[in-house]
Ligand binder design. Structure first.
Ligand SMILES: NC(=O)c1ccc[n+]([C@@H]2O[C@H](COP(=O)([O-])OP(=O)(O)OC[C@H]3O[C@@H](n4cnc5c(N)ncnc54)[C@H](O)[C@@H]3O)[C@@H](O)[C@H]2O)c1
Length: 371
């Protein structure tokens, strides 16, 4: 068995999945790149045998097989295209890119390098409850698709500014661009595709919002764009089969703890997740095929698969990264299409970008490209 040499760019989020790559029997993490010396130091403590790079182009000359792109979203397109051009397979963090044009550039680069694998690292698709739902959906237990919802509620206002008060990349990202954690699992379970999007941004209420600890450095509210201040958008998506999906992404809303919520309604039943404070996570289901039910069935399925080794939870989100990276590496080893290939990635990312475009135009429906 040959070993794949893995390089990681972006050593904040990148560290968790890097540890998981290192658990794979045929992967070695041999290089890490970050422009921040402290990030390189943390990486060096975890991977003393790996080479550290302050410049990405230099890391690409290391002789890598796989690059994990975990740099800020505005750099995804540049970093992924360069890795493909350097002959590497790419696992790339969400969301796909900073805008629709960059999505097209990534698609072109993937198509220009058909022997290399590209996969979007949409880890939420690999949570145990989502994997179970997919199985149940595949067995026809829910019938045909009708309606689904997802909510990602996560107060991240403290991530909008650097220590010196300048805005981070997150401050200029429209919240609905970050829809893949929500939409991805719904599409993965049901096989649906979104064809049109309408969006709305929350622009009210900021004046009365308590500044989040650390959010605005010295306590000033500063000059962040309104969409970053409220950080909250809703999308209504029409699917190809005539169904409807509603997504809420809320990065600036007062609610703890953060959570992801999913529900899927088919002609023969519904699956939905619990919201905190119900803990641990569970699935509630109604299935027409089960006679004499007089309430939802409570299923104790959490984010974690039950048959993973104990060390599999090092990726950052339970066992999700472990299952995802296993699948990605298997697609390279077996030369099969990666489960979250560029087309799946576009279907998860473009609806959010179109919904935000719609929000800028008063909610007018925007057709979603199908490249
Ligand atoms: N899938 C998930 O659950 C999940 C969770 C968190 C973040 N993310 C994604 O991971 C990516 C990174 O997020 P983060 O929270 O780590 O962001 P961050 O801003 O906290 O960290 C980004 C890191 O990249 C480094 N960096 C910036 N420019 C660089 C360059 N030109 N070359 C090399 N390194 C550079 C920074 O120094 C920093 O260490 C984003 O795409 C984000 O959306 C995904």
């Amino acid at each position: 068995m040959r070993n794949y040499r893995v390089g990681v760019v972006g050593l904040y989020r990148g560290l968790g999945p890097a540890r998981v790559f290192d658990l794979m029997p045929d992967c070695d993490v041999v290089a890490g790149c970050d422009i921040d010396a402290r990030a390189l130091e943390r990486f060096g403590a975890l991977f003393p045998q790996a080479r550290q790079y302050g410049a990405y182009d230099e890391m690409l000359t290391h002789g890598l097989d796989i690059v994990f792109v975990a740099s800020p979203v505005p750099l995804h397109c540049r970093h992924t295209v360069a890795a493909l051009e350097a002959g590497c397979h790419v696992l790339q963090e969400v969301t796909l890119a900073g805008n629709i044009d960059e999505c097209r550039q990534i698609l072109a680069a993937v198509q220009a390098h058909p022997r290399q694998k590209f996969m979007l690292a949409e880890n939420c698709c690999y949570w145990a409850h989502i994997l179970s739902w997919r199985e149940m959906w595949g067995q026809g237990l829910l019938g045909d698709f009708m309606y689904a919802e997802a909510e990602y509620i996560h107060d991240t206002r403290h991530l909008l500014r650097q220590a010196d008060g300048s805005p981070t990349w997150r401050a200029s990202m429209p919240p609905m661009h970050y829809c893949t954690h929500s939409l991805g699992p719904l599409l993965k379970v049901t096989g649906e595709r979104c064809v049109a999007a309408s969006g709305m941004s929350v622009t009210s209420g900021f004046g009365r919002c308590r500044p989040h600890v650390g959010a605005f450095g010295n306590g000033q509210r500063g000059d962040l764009p309104v969409r970053a201040k409220s950080g909250t958008e809703v999308a209504i998506l029409q699917t190809a089969s005539g169904g409807v999906i509603k997504i809420l992404v809320a990065f600036g809303i007062t609610r703890e703890p953060m959570f992801h919520y999913y529900s899927i309604y088919g002609t023969d039943g519904v699956l939905e997740t619990s919201r905190p404070p119900t803990s641990p996570l569970q699935t509630n289901a109604w299935l027409d095929s089960v006679p004499h039910l007089n309430n939802m069935i409570e299923m104790p399925i959490t984010e974690n698969v039950t048959d993973a080794p104990p060390e599999a939870a090092q990726g950052g989100h339970g066992t999700a990264e472990y299952m995802m990276i296993q699948d990605f590496v298997a697609s390279i080893r077996d030369d099969t299409p990666p489960p979250l290939d560029i087309h799946a990635a576009l279907r998860m990312a473009l609806p959010g970008m179109c919904a935000h475009e719609s929000a800028l135009n008063g909610g007018q429906m925007v057709e979603i490209p199908d490249w």
